[in-house]
Structure formats: structure tokens, C-alpha cells
Design a protein around this ligand. Structure first.
Ligand SMILES: Cc1cc2nc3c(=O)[nH]c(=O)nc-3n(C[C@H](O)[C@H](O)[C@H](O)COP(=O)(O)OP(=O)(O)OC[C@H]3O[C@@H](n4cnc5c(N)ncnc54)[C@H](O)[C@@H]3O)c2cc1C
Length: 398
């Protein structure tokens, strides 16, 4: 068994790499253990609120992100059946003026690559693939981590950034399987040349309707076009990155306006996700083991913030370790105390947004009226607390 004083991070996704970067920049040695054969992400787009751009600046990643991101002028909502405009919220100049940071979208692969390149530039980070964490044991001076193939590693502390189905969480929170929401997402990315001009929009556009919605936006400087179709179904219990059934999708969107049906018809191969979350918990640390990102607070994607929250976690974790340099267990308590209410609020608000997007009947009428009054659009229905973000210099005091 290798002895080490390094931090061990389980999981090399967006959260794990962000944590490794922050810890290494503070002078810690870090071992990132990724179960996959390579460090990489599954292709699809994600949205990035101004709150995370503030942290990119803090981490010195702004330029690298800007080179691959796309910056939409508006967030737009339309009724999926009638095509009627429900709301248009400008997120270009207005977001910059309000938050000092932009609203962007990015290919997950590109965001992951920016973080990976930054990690690779630091010799104190060791990136290890084919290293699935199967368990761990607390020791007097740290933690011993068990890996597949009967490998063991010891370190000063373990950060479980191992996603929705986290092994580390199982051991320290023990709240069973994630909650299956009954919502399914189909995702696809098209080269922009395959999108006919009459179906193109430069905005992040959401077509909302009863138990369904479609989101689309350009990606990677506008070279690609991202589509996410979501519908309710209790047919699936588990699934991540498997192939979707286009017939089921077309059935679910049978009543949709023509541009939506035309867009859906342009895609032959969809990747499918069964969307899950968990109830928020106040405690996800135990001695020198803690959680980060989806392992700590998995959320539905309706606020488009899961990856943003993982990066906020990483910066806050760094600040907590800086404050308590000689007591990792205390630092982990300080970190989670600074995070659980904010991330819990995002988890719960994301569920509510799902209801709003998929509204029917009176709720749909109310939603349209509220948004169309113009007052709600300006602040994009009360997201100021979220987009204002955390202060990267003082994330523990926010
Ligand atoms: C449809 C959809 C749309 C989304 N849209 C957005 C959006 O617009 N904006 C946004 O910010 N977020 C969005 N998200 C959420 C975002 O993708 C996640 O919150 C984010 O990827 C979480 O990162 P993570 O590193 O915590 O977990 P993950 O990305 O799940 O990474 C976990 C890593 O750990 C590895 N791993 C797992 N178990 C082990 C183990 N036992 N040992 C070693 N390694 C292990 C995995 O292979 C993986 O590499 C969306 C999610 C979905 C499903």
C-alpha cells in the first residue's frame, strides 16, 4: 500500500477536476482516481450562469473558457404547442451590466478539457484512470482508499466527487438510491451546417408544454447546435448515456408546433438520461472524508446549475482548508456548512422550475401571464440570489 499525505479525489468529472485544481494550487499533492479508461466527458451542452464565470476568473480560466464557449443574446421561452412567445430575457449586455460576468453555454467536453489541461499543467496532481473506488476506511492520520483489483492508497483525506451514484456517499450519508424523477432527457448535438436557417435561433430557446419541453442553443463558438428534449415517463428506472428511442420521443411531441417536430426529426441518434436527484442533506462529511458536486447534492437540470455548483463547491472547499490548515475534519465541516443551504435551495428550486416548464391548465396560464407582464423577465424569475454567486475571495462568509 502506497503511503501518502496527498488528498485523494474520487472521480475525474467536472467537480473532481475543479477540486484537484484548487487543492493543488494551495500546495497540496492530489491524486484523482477515475473509474473510466480515460479522462473525458460525454458530449452535450450545458449552460453556465454568471456565478460560475466569476469563479473562472478567480481560477484564471476565463480566456480558455471564452475560446470555446458561446454567449447567447437571450433566454427565450415559447409554448411548445402554439409556438407563442412566453418570455424573452436578455442575457447579453444586461447580464454583464448586472453581474459583471456573462451568461454562456459550453460543450461539456470543452469545459472538462479546460479543467483537465489546467490540472495536467500542475505536477502535484496525479491523474489515474481505471481506478474505481470501492470503499475506504478512516485511519488515525487520514484515510485508506480501496480500489478495484485489490489496490489500496492512503492519503490525508478523501473527496468523493464520484457523481450521482457515489460510492463515497453511500458510506457517509447512506440515503440509498437517488430519487427517480420520472423525467427523461434525450440529448443530441448537430453540426451547425445540418440546421436549416428557418429552425436556427441564436438564443437559448425552451419550448415548454404539458410534461414535455425542448431546449436548443448553439455551442462551441456557434459551430454546433445542442438539443435536449425532456418528457415524463415512468418506463425507466435507471439509465445514463444509453440510446434513446426516437419513436417514443416523436409520440411525446406529437402535439408540438411544426418547428419543434422538424427539429426533432433531424436527429437519428439520441442519448438518453433518466433524471434523478436527492433530498438535500445538511451533512455530507465524516472526519477526513467529504463529498462534492453531484455526489453531495444531485439536482434536476431545470436551473442548469449542477456543474456550476460543483465548481462553487471546489472554490469553497479550498477556502475552508485555507482557514483551517491543520484540521481537515474541521475544514470539511466549515465547507459543508457554507454550502448546504445554497445547494439545497438549487436542488429544490430546480424541481419547481421543472413544474413551471411542464405546466398545463391554470398553472400554464398563470406562468404565461406572469412572464408576459415583463416584470418577471427582467430578473428571470427570481434567480438573482443564484447568479449573484459566491465571493471567490470570501466564499465562507456569503
Ligand atoms: C440533461 C442534463 C443537463 C444538464 N445541464 C446542466 C447545465 O446546463 N448547467 C450545469 O451547470 N449543469 C448541468 N447538468 C448537471 C451537470 O452535468 C452535473 O451536475 C455535473 O456534471 C456534476 O459533476 P460531478 O463531477 O459532480 O459528477 P459527474 O460528472 O457525474 O462525474 C463523476 C465522475 O466520477 C467517476 N466515478 C464515478 N464513480 C466512481 C468511483 N467509484 N471511483 C472512481 N471514479 C468514479 C465518473 O466516471 C465520472 O467521471 C446537467 C445534467 C443533465 C443530466
Amino acid at each position: 500500500m502506497a503511503a501518502s499525505n496527498s488528498f485523494i479525489v474520487a472521480g475525474g468529472g467536472i467537480g473532481g477536476l475543479a477540486a484537484a485544481l484548487v487543492l493543488a494550487r494551495q500546495g497540496h499533492a492530489v491524486q484523482v482516481l477515475e473509474q473510466g479508461d480515460a479522462f473525458g466527458e460525454i458530449g452535450a451542452g450545458i449552460q453556465l450562469g454568471p456565478n460560475v464565470f466569476r469563479l473562472f476568473e478567480h481560477l484564471g480560466l476565463t480566456e480558455a473558457i471564452r475560446q470555446v464557449a458561446y454567449f447567447p443574446p437571450n433566454l427565450v421561452m415559447r409554448d411548445v404547442r402554439s409556438g407563442e412567445l412566453v418570455v424573452r430575457a436578455p442575457v447579453g449586455e444586461q447580464t454583464l451590466a448586472t453581474y459583471g460576468q456573462p451568461y454562456g453555454v459550453i460543450y461539456r467536453v470543452d469545459l472538462h478539457r479546460v479543467l483537465l489541461d489546467a490540472c495536467r499543467a500542475l505536477p502535484s496532481i496525479s491523474l489515474q484512470v481505471k481506478s474505481k473506488v470501492t470503499g475506504f476506511a478512516q485511519r488515525e492520520n487520514g484515510v485508506e482508499v480501496q480500489l478495484v483489483g485489490d489496490r489500496r492508497l492512503s492519503g490525508a483525506a478523501l473527496v468523493g466527487a464520484d457523481g450521482l451514484w457515489s460510492r463515497v456517499r453511500e458510506a457517509i450519508v447512506g440515503d440509498g438510491k437517488p430519487r427517480v424523477s420520472g423525467h427523461i432527457a434525450y440529448r443530441a448535438v448537430l453540426p451547425m451546417r445540418d440546421v436549416p436557417p428557418h429552425l436556427y435561433s441564436p438564443d437559448v430557446t425552451l419550448w415548454g408544454g404539458e410534461k414535455t419541453h425542448l431546449v436548443h442553443y448553439p455551442l462551441r463558438r456557434g459551430e454546433l447546435f445542442n438539443l435536449v428534449a425532456v418528457f415524463h415517463s415512468d418506463r425507466y428506472e435507471e439509465g445514463w448515456n444509453t440510446f434513446g428511442d426516437p419513436d417514443e420521443l416523436h409520440q411525446r411531441f406529437a402535439q408540438a408546433a411544426p418547428p419543434v417536430k422538424e427539429l426533432l426529426a433531424r436527429i437519428e441518434t439520441w442519448k438518453m438520461w433518466v433524471l434523478c436527484d436527492r433530498e438535500p442533506v445538511p451533512n455530507w462529511s465524516q472526519s477526513c472524508v467529504t463529498l462534492l458536486g453531484d455526489a453531495a447534492h444531485p439536482m434536476l437540470q431545470y436551473l442548469a446549475q449542477g456543474a456550476c455548483m460543483a465548481i462553487e463547491d471546489a472554490v469553497t472547499l479550498g477556502a475552508a482548508l485555507h482557514r483551517c490548515p491543520h484540521d481537515i475534519a474541521e475544514a470539511f465541516r466549515v465547507y459543508q456548512k457554507a454550502r448546504y443551504l445554497r445547494t439545497g435551495r438549487v436542488q429544490l428550486t430546480a424541481r419547481f422550475y421543472g413544474e413551471i416548464y411542464h405546466a398545463s391548465g391554470v398553472m400554464r396560464e398563470l406562468r404565461n401571464r406572469m412572464f408576459q407582464s415583463g416584470r418577471e423577465a427582467a430578473g428571470f424569475i427570481g434567480t438573482h440570489w443564484l447568479y449573484r454567486g459566491i465571493d471567490p475571495e470570501r466564499p465562507l462568509d456569503d
